[in-house]
Design a protein around this ligand. Structure first.
Ligand code: NAD
Length: 456
């Protein structure tokens, strides 16, 4: 099948790179977003998200004459939906007394409804938004069929998950293998024909529900394995072990690959998608459910580490030399303390603050009585309710009692402790992501506490 014109609904982290990549590969693309500010930004040749290479790609797409942005759809040969699928903010599901989060499918529903008046015989519709299993056949298909056309007969309908890594989206979009699930084999073939315009990785055809499940299985696997690493970090502290050392030794085993612990799991994908399985079958998902809760609880362990750092300082110790020292920390050592938190993004080298565990750590510290000032170099104007952002790094650290590293941004990993001495009065540092070398920091005169390490 040949495609001359494509409408991409949703111009965010996924939709904008995808739309511009199609455009520079010769397809006429209309990018549609309900947010008029985003459309205006793009019409002025600017972009609203941080992703390496995206600014140039969007410029090329606009210069090619193949890309335009609008709040209004038009007729096209194909429609691609890349709108958000978060969880509901104020409603939980419940099974046997256990509460779980529910998918908020309003954006997918309204984007699909918006296509109906423009749908014509022979069109292709692709859903890319990560969605609970059966969304394509049970939610999207009936809405599109309100047009009077039948999916798989009059028009093609596919689900194709996006598996790109933020920070490397432009390369992975082209190089990654792509799964295209159709409501019929012919629909899957049509999806294949669309993506072959730029995808260099394998394009595998399957059915729509398998393709949906593949995506959620991938993210659930990551989530469960990070939960395991986070539990290992807690156990290591209990047993007086450095979890980072233990993991690197365990990973020498040829069939073991333990992931990194950290302050928790965030972002729009891994912390959300496993709930789609729990919601679909709560009675079948105790492991997935518990892993989600382990990761959601991890910010509390970072806060404990910070308290421990202050109490160890009070006791005049360097790093807690015996695991019991942690339990001995009494009272709330956070009250009145000033903490400079480095990083607010949900992971390293991205500017995305959604579902960030770093933000949760900051809020918990504030609740505990600390004054926290945050420096996020990739989103200096980031605006999260109740969180005080510094205007630059130096301001964040100047009057701090402790420096807390929450995100392993490359520029934070490169910080020289020696160079900090004259810039801050803090002599306590807490590293939740294993970016800083204990010997180097202690030689410079800091007490460095690392998440998952209680080893002297
Ligand atoms: N960001 C990632 O790394 C990533 C990776 C894989 C999959 N996904 C999935 O892709 C989907 C999109 O994620 P994202 O990160 O691009 O989201 P995003 O929030 O960055 O962008 C979504 C855009 O859709 C727009 N929108 C909302 N409703 C709309 C509608 N009815 N019509 C047109 N536009 C609408 C929003 O204004 C926003 O600009 C989600 O399901 C997400 O889970 C994201």
């Amino acid at each position: 099948m040949n495609f001359r014109k494509l409408c991409v609904l949703g111009l965010g982290y996924i939709g904008l790179p995808t739309a511009s990549t199609f455009a520079v590969n010769g397809i006429q693309v209309l990018g549609v977003d309900i947010n008029p500010d985003i459309v205006e930004t793009l019409q002025n040749g600017n972009i609203h998200i941080h992703e390496p290479g995206l600014r140039d790609l969007v410029s090329h797409a606009i210069q090619s004459g193949n890309f335009s942005a609008s709040t209004q759809l038009e007729e096209a040969d194909a429609f691609l939906i890349a709108v958000p699928t978060p969880f509901k903010e104020h409603k939980l599901g419940e099974h046997n007394g256990q509460k779980y989060k529910l998918a908020d499918m309003r954006a997918v529903t309204s984007a699909t409804e918006a296509i109906v008046p423009f749908l014509r015989k022979g069109n292709l519709v692709v859903l890319e938004s990560t969605s609970p299993p059966r969304t394509t056949v049970d939610l999207v298909k009936p809405i599109l069929e309100r047009s009077g056309l039948k999916a798989g007969v009059d028009f093609h309908l596919c689900y194709s998950p996006e598996r790109v890594l933020p920070g490397q989206i432009l390369r992975e979009l082209v190089e990654n293998a792509r799964v295209v699930g159709g409501v019929t084999p012919e629909s899957a073939r049509a999806g294949h024909d669309l993506y072959k315009n730029f995808v260099k990785g394998k394009i595998i055809e399957t059915d729509a529900t398998t393709a949906e499940m593949v995506k959620i299985m991938e993210n659930t696997t990551r989530d469960v394995n990070i939960a395991l690493a986070n539990e290992f970090s807690r156990l290591a502290e209990r047993f007086g072990v450095d979890v980072w050392e233990a993991i690197s030794l365990a990973n020498l085993h040829p069939r073991i690959h333990i992931l990194n612990p950290g302050p928790g799991v965030g972002g729009h994908c891994i912390s959300v998608d496993p709930w789609f399985f729990v919601e679909g079958a709560p009675e079948l998902t105790p492991l997935i459910y518990n892993a989600r809760n382990v990761n959601d609880a991890q910010p509390h362990f970072v806060v404990e580490k910070v308290k421990q750092a202050f109490s160890v300082q009070t006791a005049g110790l360097r790093e807690a030399s015996h695991p019991d020292d942690r339990q001995n920390a009494t009272g709330n050592t956070l009250i009145g303390k000033r903490i400079a938190a480095l990083g607010l993004a949900y992971k390293a080298d991205v500017d995305d603050l959604r579902e960030s565990p770093a933000a949760e750590v900051v809020r918990l510290l504030q609740k505990g009585g600390a004054q926290v000032i945050v420096w996020e170099p990739l989103k200096p104007n980031g605006n999260l309710e109740g969180i005080h952002m510094a205007s630059n790094f130096d301001t964040a650290i100047r009057k701090a009692d402790a420096i807390l590293l929450l995100v392993r941004h490359t520029e934070f990993a490169k910080i020289s402790p020696q160079a900090l001495l004259s810039k801050t009065k803090a002599r306590i540092a807490i590293d939740a992501v294993n970016a800083w070398n204990k010997n180097e920091w202690e030689k410079a005169g800091f007490l460095l506490h690392r998440l998952g390490a209680n080893k002297s």
